[in-house]
Design a protein. Structure first.
Length: 151
């Protein structure tokens, strides 16, 4: 079975009759000094964020079906008020898009600037997408995530 899902920024939107359950959450990075002089970073529910705050968009998936699901693609738009800031710790790097049509690494993306094209930067990213290389076994779950900064 091959499944493609597109998520809204805060809303789970599984394909009709899909055995794949998706839960999307937005977590704020809370930074505090640690006893050893380093900075401790915790992820907390993002009830309120202000410009410059860092957040993590976490997309959790579970296969509630009776057979493995292969070809799973998870895509999530980067909200207009946010700048993409990279994959979250422990998450595979996503494919990126500046137009929702063409995906690849940031270094391969171009954007129009007047009459010319320029190399894309992280602030140009509008959609992130993961193609899961391995089938998701029946009952299995996992997650992907990316970081963003509020403009």
């Amino acid at each position: 079975m091959s499944i493609t899902l597109l998520l809204a920024a805060l809303t789970a939107a599984p394909a009709a009759a899909s055995p794949i359950e998706i839960v999307s959450s937005v977590l704020a990075e809370k930074r505090a000094p640690a006893a050893d002089g380093t900075t401790k970073v915790e992820l907390v529910h993002a009830a309120r964020v202000t410009p410059g705050d860092r957040v993590v968009y976490r997309i959790e998936y579970r296969n509630n079906g009776k057979q493995a699901a292969s070809g799973l693609v998870i895509a999530n738009p980067v909200p207009a008020a946010m700048h993409y800031a990279g994959p979250a710790d422990g998450s595979p790097a996503p494919e990126l898009s500046v137009d929702g049509q063409t995906f690849g690494p940031l270094s391969a993306l171009k954007v129009r600037s007047g009459a010319t094209m320029r190399s894309a930067v992280a602030a140009d990213v509008r959609v992130v997408r993961w193609r899961l290389a391995q089938p998701v076994a029946a009952g299995a779950k996992g997650q992907v995530a990316f970081r963003a900064v509020l403009k």
